[in-house]
Design a protein around this ligand. Structure first.
Ligand code: FES
Length: 582
């Protein structure tokens, strides 16, 4: 924790004093309205004001315990001599929002950025949990660049059903396939719903939420333990309280976000992502987060830095265990200690220590859950980036979640022009498809869906499922839930709706997937490719937006390969407000 020799900031050095330190009419207004809720005058005496950016919402079930977490942060802020002020921001619930929570990630990031900048805060604590609440808050905070600590809400307790572990998301995919194949009764399906999610917290597989909570810890903006403590574990509250304390200390230390979110920190995160077998969604989110803080990250960095690294973590969806087991095994510090030789150990973190110092004492209490580097769970498991005439700007695949036998595969394309076309035909017994085919889904990218929905892991045709087949090669410009699995090529760029080559693929074409060679190829000559025109008659699965956020998003969203941020949001505006308020 903080060095007692660290100089304390003088009141006039604090940003919040531009509001609360004034002796004039405006100072009266700034203080008086806050005092109305029972705040004594001495809270405005030049102590750091810490904004607690809360994504609590009953519409975001994964974050529904955040009032408790926020109270713990407040205690920590008071203990360290600060003044906490909690504020809500747009909360993105993965399961309820339509058409997809990802459509609103950038909108929420704007809310976060402007809420922080416009208000009298010196430091910020970000409360994050469900998938998109993490990148949206980090992106927004990065564009302001105040001292910032991230606190994740923590995973749920393990799902348990009829003596078996049931992983959130992952169990849904397999059970819904069993219902479609006629091997699971609907009554059992309904019963499992109550058993899968039985406590506060976010998905307890190594899905996107757990991945992003791990990224928060690996980047150094969260405290050690951030990724793994269950939401209902007392240590989660301790972590929140310590984050409150640290936010105050970081203001005095002038430890701003840009001092933590360095190129080295992102490289640590990319390598950790491989070691945990994390979600492909992290590729898009990390690139977008880096873009807000001035770090140039590309999809090729993921392949170059980490594709040779093994996956050490035996967690669903790639493996067997759940986040509760991960916690008991020692959590992320154990993983990072195993790959310490690949990390920038001198990277500074939110607790004032380096990553190397944070992981030095980590001990593995569950070697079947977190396997050693010398005998990993899966070899060469980092994200692979594929290029070729089908994805000139890249596509990604998660080898740890794929079927090894399908990593080199040539198949006949069965094309679905959009998600409606897919739903209309996939259950048709007359659909000309078998397990050797390659399923192609178009118009599900950032502009095309819009919002780049998690539909890339297309359910297989029932007639294939009935033969006991559980995986086929699938290609799209969509994303995939971090809880999902399969030989699924995602984020194909440019997307079909932006004129990418995916748009010209036709049923009956041959597609060659070669993951070891990093190639994805449509088997046509250049002349044949040039002669094709996109099937525009069926590219519109929805009415193009003419107003509001959806129009702004479609007009300005960039490709998946550059983080799918809005073009005018990339970069930072700092913490200065443009004009006086009165
Ligand atoms: Fe919120 Fe999975 S639905 S983390």
């Amino acid at each position: 924790m903080t060095d007692p020799q660290t100089p304390r900031k003088k009141p006039e050095e604090l940003r919040s004093q531009q509001w609360f330190g004034r002796q004039d009419r405006d100072g009266f207004a700034y203080r008086s309205w806050v005092k109305g809720k029972g705040i004594p005058h001495d809270q405005f005496d030049g102590r750091p004001v810490i904004g607690i950016c809360n994504t609590f919402s009953e519409l975001t079930p994964c974050n529904s315990h955040f009032r408790t977490i926020a109270e713990q942060v407040k205690i920590g802020v008071y203990e360290a001599g600060g003044f906490p002020l909690e504020f809500p921001v747009m909360s993105l619930g993965e399961t309820l929002m339509r058409p997809t929570a990802m459509l609103y990630r950038n909108l929420a990031s704007m809310d976060v950025e402007e809420s922080i900048r416009a208000n009298p805060v010196d430091g910020v604590v970000l409360l994050m949990g469900c998938d998109k609440t993490t990148p949206s808050l980090v992106m927004g905070a990065a564009s302001v660049d105040l001292p910032t600590v991230g606190v994740s809400g923590g995973p749920m307790l393990s799902g348990k059903w009829r003596g078996k572990e049931l992983g959130s998301g992952t169990g849904v995919w397999s059970m819904s396939e069993q219902v479609r194949a006629g091997t699971l009764k609907l009554a059992d399906f309904f019963e499992a719903e109550s058993c899968m999610h039985r406590s506060h917290g976010h998905c307890m597989t190594m899905g996107t939420a757990s991945t992003m909570a791990s990224m928060v810890e690996a980047l150094g903006i969260g405290l050690p333990g951030n990724a793994a403590y269950p939401a209902v574990d007392g240590r989660r509250n301790v972590l929140a309280r310590m984050a409150g304390r640290r936010a105050v200390e970081m203001v005095h230390e002038d430890l701003t976000l840009s001092k933590i979110l360095t190129r080295e920190a992102f490289e640590n995160a990319i390598k950790t992502l491989a070691a945990i077998g994390g979600s492909t969604n992290a590729v898009i989110h990390l690139i977008a987060m880096a873009g807000r803080i001035g770090v140039k990250l590309t999809i090729d960095d993921f392949d170059r830095l980490a594709s040779e690294l093994p996956c050490l973590v035996n967690l669903q969806p790639s493996g067997k265990y759940l986040m509760e087991d991960f916690c008991y095994a020692g959590g992320l510090p154990v993983v990072m200690k195993e790959i310490a030789g690949h990390l920038h150990l001198g990277a500074i973190t939110a607790n004032g220590r380096t990553i190397g110092e944070n992981i030095a004492d980590a001990e593995n209490f569950g070697t079947d859950v977190i396997m050693p580097l010398a005998a990993p769970f899966k070899e060469k498991a980092g994200i692979a980036v594929l290029r070729g005439n089908l994805s000139p700007r890249g596509a990604v695949i998660k080898p740890s979640a794929a079927t090894p036998a399908l990593m080199v595969h040539t198949g006949r394309a069965v094309v679905f022009e959009n998600i409606e076309d897919f739903h209309a035909r996939i259950d048709d017994e007359n659909l000309d498809i078998d397990e050797h085919c390659v399923m192609v889904l178009k118009n599900c990218g950032p502009k095309g869906y819009p919002g780049m929905a998690e539909v890339g892991n297309m359910p297989l045709p029932p007639k294939v499922l009935r033969r006991g087949i559980t995986d086929m090669v699938r290609i799209s410009d969509a994303r995939m839930s971090g809880t999902a699995y399969g030989t699924v090529v995602l984020h194909t760029s440019p997307e079909a709706a932006a004129g990418g080559p995916l748009a010209i693929v036709q049923t009956g074409d041959w597609i060659i997937l070669d993951v070891p060679a990093r190639r994805i190829t449509l088997d046509l000559t250049q002349q044949e490719l040039n002669s094709r025109t996109p099937n525009t008659a069926t590219t519109d699965g929805y009415a193009k937006p003419t107003r509001g956020w959806e129009k702004l998003y479609v007009d300005h969203v960039t490709g998946a390969d550059t983080g799918a941020d809005l073009d005018f949001l990339q970069g930072s505006s700092g913490d200065r407000v443009s004009r006086e308020s009165h």
